[in-house]
Design a protein around this ligand. Structure first.
Ligand code: ADP
Length: 455
């Protein structure tokens, strides 16, 4: 009962049947009305005394010659029928003798003809001492025989409507089945795919077919499936990466500690310092992961305020100057004196620090790092560019991904977790900006991000 095809079929059948029943009812009620009017007229006629007058006339004369005078003077309120009786308030009257021969017709159409048996059945009888001496027909000449035609027409109509009703039911079933198939089939294929998808069959997609709305559902399902599959792959990769990243320092720690316990390594300060470095790396990794988890949950806590971005950049240059000198990398900065933006000062400093640390890590001695900031409509664009090793085009799109390192062994050796740029991106976006990178292998890279301008 709840199935689509059953509902559609029922709807079609009900609608067509209702139409058929309505037509039958209208046809019937109009026929009934006419018949009721006819009977009412006969009643009035009976009560009007015309039949008695005619009976008296016949008794007096013994025939119907001259009866016209009585009839034409007769004017009872019988309603205006078809073919009215000489402008009177009644339909025309026709009189036949005992044999059914028409002896008087107000419209002079049937004089000399004989009434049919159907006409006689419907006629009013003029009686004298219990014998029929005449038939009085009210209405259009031949009206009663027309009623018979109408009656048979009505009967015919009823039969036709019954057949039409049957055909309607059949058609309803066929149409309902056809239409519901075109609607239900694609929908149930979406439902089936969704069920399989729910049981982790990520490859499920559906064919886009059917009416626009249904094709839309299929299209949206496929897009959702793509998105979920991508998310699932990312989740798996992330889990594998986390496990891998945690495993390396833990293995080093475990191996070294066990060697110390076994007396293979001496319990010296330098050895312990190496192990301590590994724990620091682990701590950093866990902190970074926590920060990314918060970013995913949309729970990075911001403390936005108006910040002089030019000053933040100058401070960063000051903080990095010793490290840059050690690496023999030249640092320079180009910004207006004051540049007010809206950001969380600590997070902004962290973003700049990450980008500068990366630039320093990937720029060889005698290279340079250039910081700049300028207004761009309602934003401030901050750029950190270097003359370092650059990033290969195939890596460029992936540098913001978690755990992505173009040179894995070297990056880890230098303390990189592969999460720095992912965290940087999360903070920039949380502050309402965007981050981009452009780079040329062997010539250098330029990371730039935006911050809302304070207006
Ligand atoms: P990591 O902690 O390893 O530095 P990041 O997320 O900060 O991780 O960076 C991801 C990768 O992007 C790095 O491993 C490095 O290969 C590349 N990268 C980042 N910044 C630069 C840069 N300025 N020049 C060249 N490569 C860079």
């Amino acid at each position: 009962m709840n199935r689509l095809w059953v509902r559609l079929t029922l709807a079609f059948v009900v609608v067509t049947l209702m139409a058929v029943v309505a037509i039958a009812w209208l046809a019937d009620s109009s026929a009934n009305n006419e018949f009721r009017q006819y009977l009412a007229r006969q009643d009035v006629l009976t009560q009007s005394g015309l039949l008695d007058d005619l009976g008296a006339f016949y008794q007096q004369k013994g025939n119907w010659i001259g009866v016209g005078e009585i009839i034409s003077n007769f004017d009872a309120p019988l309603g205006r029928g078809r073919g009215q009786g000489g402008g009177r308030n009644r339909p025309p009257i026709l009189l036949a003798d005992a044999q059914g021969n028409v002896v008087y017709d107000e419209r002079n159409l049937r004089l000399g003809t004989t009434l049919g048996s159907a006409e006689r059945d419907l006629a009013q009888l003029v009686k004298l001492n219990g014998n029929v001496v005449g038939y009085l027909v009210l209405g259009q000449a031949g009206r009663s025989s027309l009623s018979a035609v109408e009656q048979s027409f009505l009967d015919q109509l009823r039969v036709t409507l019954t057949i039409a009703g049957g055909i309607a039911i059949l058609l309803g079933v066929v149409l309902g089945l056809l239409i519901s198939r075109t609607i239900a089939a694609p929908l149930s294929s979406v439902a089936q795919a969704a069920r399989k998808f729910a049981s982790h069959d990520w490859s499920q997609r559906v064919k886009v077919q059917g009416a626009d709305e249904i094709a839309d559902v299929a299209r949206e399902f496929n897009e959702m499936a793509d998105e979920l599959e991508r998310a699932e792959i990312q989740r798996r990769n992330l889990m594998a990466d986390i496990a891998h990243e945690l495993r390396t320092p833990l293995t080093v720690l475990q191996g070294n500690l066990s060697a110390m316990l076994d007396g293979i390594y001496p319990l010296e300060r330098a050895e312990i310092a190496t192990l301590y470095d590994e724990t620091r790396l682990l701590k950093r990794l866990v902190d970074d992961l926590r920060e990314l988890a918060l970013a995913d949950a949309g729970q990075l806590q911001l403390n936005p305020q108006t910040v002089d971005i030019a000053k933040t950049l100058r401070d960063a240059v000051t903080n990095f100057s010793i490290a840059a000198d050690t690496e023999q990398v030249h640092l320079d900065i180009q910004t207006p004196e004051v540049l007010m933006g809206v950001a969380d000062p600590e997070r902004l400093a962290q973003v700049i620090r990450n980008l500068m640390a990366n630039a320093l890590r990937h720029t060889p001695p005698n290279g340079s790092i250039h910081l700049s900031a300028q207004v761009e409509d309602k934003l401030i664009r901050v750029s950190v560019s270097d003359t370092g090793e650059g990033i290969a085009p195939e890596d460029l799109a992936r540098v913001f991904e978690r755990f992505y390192r173009s040179d894995k062994s070297r990056a880890r050796a230098s303390g990189g977790t592969g999460l720095g740029l992912a965290i940087t991106k999360a903070w920039v976006e949380t502050m309402g900006g965007q981050i981009q990178v452009s780079s040329e292998l062997g010539r250098g890279s330029c990371f730039s991000f935006t911050v809302p301008r304070w207006v």
